[in-house]
Write a protein that binds this ligand. Structure first.
Ligand code: GLV
Ligand code: MN
Ligand code: MN
Length: 413
């Protein structure tokens, strides 16, 4: 089978998708269920229909585009990723896996493949936590790791519930129905930019992802005592922000102390109340993200944060409340798929490195449902979640070629 990737078309489609944005290029902002997101989805569904795929959507907007195989009873081979983009981010995160996945299916059609298993492109809803504060919303629901009460408990910054927003966007039905049936997929492969510097630094065109790191995120609320910034004497203060600053440093310390480069901790949200220059902060809301490829080691960071919070609260006379947004286990990728990726790379004379994904992906939750693995391509300087995120058309085409070859192999197994 001679698979050829239409690199020019794929590059053009990535450009077109990037134009569905709420901010000027090169930055991209595309928030789930926003008008732009819905326009981008309509554009993508038209491309899938044009490619002869059978398109359906579930109650949360996960979108499936299927090429029926000769054996309709056999579990399908899935591929895909997300198109939501966090504020002022780039144009390749997620989109490469969606449009690359679509081009892989088109390329296999052009090559004359007649698959035994069905092949399916899957667009996941809300991989980014931007709107609802929780990442991988669509894949969590597919895997059944998120309770259907999320319909009411998940709210955006303006207090609108998931239920209100998804039905407003045209996705109705019960969240329970999103859950994927056992055996629906035989295997799932996601193509994604690395979002780190290793492939580029080593000059290797592809990565085969063997494991996806375990993410945890927490809301931390610190209550201290406010007051006059001039009149309250320093020894009498219970400044909630100073406690928050110590917590952020304790998170950094916890990550640096494990001795592993795979341990990371970030405090990405800090809201101060009442936020006035001459008023002592009385309350602070932090959100922190703590990850490791090793679940037990990630938990040692969480334990160390807990001890630090107890000590800081006591010493500063503040109260600190912690609540997990999510605390997920890591995923091990499937040896069966990894060997199909390795064989595909070899057939096309492309080198690859086995590597861990430090970012999370919908594949983390797909791995709860079926054998799953990922293919990474290099991105410039490892930049991601910023407007200058970039992967070359050649790098994307190589990843798409190996994706196509891999799913073709899996379709016959
Ligand atoms: C995904 O966007 C992540 O934060 O890993
Ligand atoms: Mn992302
Ligand atoms: Mn992504």
């Amino acid at each position: 089978m001679n698979i050829t990737i239409d690199q020019d078309r794929l590059t053009r489609e990535l450009d077109e998708l990037a134009a569905f944005s709420d901010v000027p290029a090169p930055a991209v902002t595309r928030i789930v269920f926003s008008e732009r997101d819905l326009q981008a989805r309509a554009w993508l569904k038209a491309l899938c229909a044009e490619a002869g795929l059978d398109v359906r959507e579930d109650a949360v907007g996960n979108t499936f585009a299927r090429w029926h195989g000769s054996d309709r009873e056999a579990g399908a081979v899935g591929t895909g990723s997300h198109i939501d983009a966090l504020p002022y981010s780039g144009r390749f995160d997620g989109t490469v896996g969606v449009l690359g996945g679509l081009e892989a299916l088109r390329a296999l059609r052009r090559a004359g493949l007649q698959p035994r298993r069905s092949l399916e492109l899957l667009l996941f809803t809300s991989e980014e936590p931007t709107r609802f504060g929780l990442g991988c919303l669509g894949s969590r629901l597919l895997a059944g790791t998120l309770d259907t009460s999320a319909d009411e408990t998940l709210r955006d910054g303006e207090g609108r519930t998931l239920h209100e927003l998804r039905t407003g966007a045209g996705f109705s039905g019960s969240l329970e129905s999103v859950r994927m049936a056992e055996g629906y997929y035989d295997s799932f492969v996601e193509l994604h930019i690395e979002q780190g510097p290793l492939l580029e630094r080593r000059g290797v065109p592809l990565g085969a992802v063997t494991a996806i790191a375990a993410p945890a995120s927490l809301r931390i609320t610190i209550e201290g005592q406010g007051g006059h910034a001039g009149a309250v004497l320093m020894p009498d203060r219970h400044d909630a922000f100073l406690a928050a600053a110590e917590i952020a440093l304790a998170i950094e310390h916890a990550a640096l102390s494990t001795g592993s480069i795979d341990s990371v901790g970030t405090t990405g949200i800090c809201d101060i109340f009442p936020r006035a220059i001459n008023s002592i902060p009385s309350r602070v809301h932090l959100e922190a993200d703590i990850r490791d490829s090793d679940g037990a080691r990630r938990d040692t960071m969480l334990d160390s944060l807990e001890r630090a919070c107890t000590e800081i609260a006591e010493r500063r006379g503040v109260t600190i409340k912690r609540e997990f947004i999510n605390r997920d286990a890591p995923a091990a990728c499937s040896p069966k798929i990894l060997s199909a990726i390795a064989a595909s790379c070899e057939e096309h004379g492309l080198a690859f490195d086995s590597m861990v994904s430090r970012a999370y992906h919908d594949s983390l939750f797909m791995s709860r449902l079926c054998p799953t693995a990922m293919i990474f391509i290099p991105c410039r300087n490892g930049y991601s979640h910023r407007p200058d995120e970039y992967s070359s058309p050649e790098a994307i085409a190589k990843g798409t070629l190996v994706l196509a070859q891999t799913i073709a192999k899996l379709a016959e197994k």
